[in-house]
Write a protein of this length. Structure first.
Length: 624
């Protein structure tokens, strides 16, 4: 029958079966080859990767070394701080997570995104990339409560620098802040989020104080939650240091500088150690540690009194009459000054058609070298400067430590300026004039010094002429950098004049007299601008602040083998005796008798009012 089933005609073609079997065999071979590649050829690599997914390593931050004063009082310590990081490997939605972090921390998404993009190449995918370096406790609690909803976020605990006395030692200690790219490239051991010294002792002793980070290993589950942890390498804290600074003396100096702009130096004349190094106005280094906002930085940067400037080593001033001891020393050294020679001071001297006046209108009468130093006679030194000329005065000044940095272990120290003929020709394109000699002889004109240089020079009057390196560490040994080119007899003559300037009834430093202490002193009044006749006719308090002279007081003090050089420089303080003298007197009383004499509130008020009046009159410009 034609409709019967034909079994032979319904068989599938044999070639199709062979093709299907071949495909199955090929797929099996591919799986076998892939299995061999993963398990044997690359087995060790993927086993390590799998273990890394389960076990992770993290740095343990090392605390910086503590800083103490010479008596053991803590100045800089470490406190726990919290930082927020993002582990890219665990984060499924980076942009969404960054937006949430910005909301939690009142931050800006674009700033966080830029930070993430900038630093992601520096941090491995399984390590936290620091987004917010400093979290408040409330922020930590909020983020920790929501971390399961936002995988990849990691809160890190690390030590943060804390300066216990704020502005008091801002310019000495400096501050720490996050390392920038240049610092990380220069120091391979630094990583993103590390803090390094940026100014002061923190910068100079960075390698000594930073310490060495440790390493921990921990196990995580699929959500990134830590399960077990062990320390592979314990961190090593930085070295503790003790400064030569006396905290009580520093506090007293800053109290007297309050409402003033200026600086104070107290130096041990035999070791070079600094017992006080005060600059006003100052800044709070804690603000940098926690991170300055743009508004905070702008306020510091635009402050007309420049609180970031260390006036003791970075500001240079005309020394005024303080420089007369240098000129007298030059005259003795070159044999051109006879200490017994008498010069008549009628209150002025004339050079050509120009009249150079003494500070005392009626003059000082007949004076020799010692009397000229005691009463600070300008006419006597005009005569000596004319004989010595700039060549001898500048050469002696350089040899006495002026015109170049002292070498103190603080950054950005300036060397001041001791003019020479060549310097003036390069600077102004003109030769040295006779009047320049007279101005230089009384510490005016082009001569500029720092308060620290003055302190080192006056310390040499006590220690036999040794120019010592100013030291900030208690354990540092004295370093002699040079010698004032005078013999002991000449040094004794100058020192005797210092002491008589305090003890003599006509001396300009009588207010420094202290029972039981041998005190020497020299005042200085450094002119800021040439006053017009109208300004000269005004009372001191009526002269605009920015036109007032700077006030210097350089002193020596010794008792029972303890010898110190003390220098105070008050910007626009008018007169050395009244403007800077009370500061030095208060410091002497504290050093030798532990007496604390605070600055009178009335004096603070006068200083504040004068400065504010000047600031308003000039529209906020720089006072000097």
């Amino acid at each position: 029958m034609s409709n019967l089933y034909d079994n032979a005609s319904q068989q599938p073609p044999r070639s199709g079966l062979l093709l299907l079997q071949g495909l199955i065999f090929l797929v099996f071979c591919l799986f076998a080859v892939r299995l061999w590649y993963l398990q044997i050829h690359r087995g060790e690599f993927y086993a390590r990767k799998a273990k890394e997914n389960q076990l992770r390593q993290e740095s343990i931050f090392a605390p910086r070394g503590l800083i103490r004063d010479r008596n053991g009082d803590l100045l800089a310590v470490n406190e726990p701080a919290y930082a927020l990081g993002l582990v890219r490997e665990d984060c499924q939605d980076v942009d969404g997570t960054l937006r949430q972090v910005a909301q939690w921390t009142d931050g800006n998404f674009d700033d966080l995104k830029g930070l993430f993009v900038k630093n992601q190449k520096r941090v491995k995918s399984f390590e936290p990339l620091i987004l917010v370096p400093d979290l408040s406790f409330d922020q930590v609690a909020l983020i920790d409560a929501n971390r399961l909803r936002w995988p990849g976020l990691a809160i890190q605990v690390r030590p943060r620098r804390q300066y216990r006395h704020g502005k008091l030692l801002g310019h000495v200690l400096g501050y720490v802040a996050e390392a920038n790219e240049e610092e990380m490239e220069r120091r391979p051991e630094l990583a993103l989020g590390d803090y390094v010294g940026k100014q002061g002792i923190e910068l100079v002793l960075e390698d000594r104080m930073r310490g060495v980070k440790g390493l921990s290993q921990f196990e995580v589950d699929v959500t990134g939650r830590r399960l077990q942890e062990r320390v592979l390498k314990h961190p090593r804290a930085g070295h503790e240091i003790s400064l030569s600074i006396d905290l009580g003396l520093q506090e007293l100096a800053m109290d007297w500088l309050d409402e003033e702009a200026g600086g104070v130096v107290v130096m041990d004349a035999d070791t070079g150690q600094l017992w006080a190094l005060a600059t006003s106005p100052s800044y709070d280094p804690n603000a940098f540690t926690s991170g300055l906002t743009p508004a905070q930085w702008a306020e510091l940067r635009d402050n007309p009194q420049h609180p970031m400037q260390n006036r003791v080593i970075q500001s240079v001033y005309p020394p005024g009459s303080v420089f007369k001891h240098v000129v007298a020393g030059a005259g003795l050294h070159y044999g051109m000054l006879d200490p017994k020679e008498v010069v008549h001071c009628p209150g002025f001297t004339q050079l050509g058609s120009h009249v150079f006046r003494c500070w005392r209108k009626g003059g000082h009468g007949n004076v020799n070298m010692e009397r000229a130093l005691i009463e600070s006679c300008d006419v006597y030194f005009y005569r000596q400067g004319k004989k010595l000329t700039v060549d001898r005065m500048s050469e002696f000044a350089f040899a006495s430590g002026f015109g170049h940095p002292t070498g103190i272990d603080l950054p950005h120290e300036k060397g001041g300026n001791i003019p020479t003929r060549e310097w003036k020709r390069r600077r102004f394109g003109e030769g040295w004039q006779g009047g320049d000699n007279l101005n230089m002889s009384i510490g005016q004109g082009y001569t500029l010094v720092t308060p620290l240089q003055v302190a080192r020079f006056f310390a040499a009057a006590l220690n036999g002429g040794k120019l010592l390196k100013p030291l900030l560490l208690k354990d540092d040994k004295p370093v002699v950098q040079g010698q004032v080119p005078l013999n002991q007899e000449q040094l004794d003559l100058l020192y005797r004049a210092l002491v008589r300037t305090v003890d003599d009834d006509r001396g300009t430093c009588r207010r420094l007299r202290t029972a039981g202490v041998v005190v020497g002193g020299k005042t200085g009044t450094a002119q800021v601008v040439r006053l017009t006749d109208a300004l000269k006719a005004l009372k001191d308090d009526d002269i605009p602040y920015r036109f007032r002279d700077h006030a210097w007081m350089a002193a020596t003090a010794e008792k029972e083998g303890r010898r110190f050089a003390i220098v105070a420089m008050i910007e626009h303080g008018l007169h050395g005796s009244s403007g800077a003298g009370p500061v030095v007197k208060a410091l002497i009383d504290y050093i030798f008798y532990g007496k604390i004499t605070p600055k009178p509130e009335a004096q603070k008020a006068r200083s504040r009012a004068a400065r504010l009046l000047s600031h308003n009159a000039t529209g906020g410009g720089r006072a000097n």
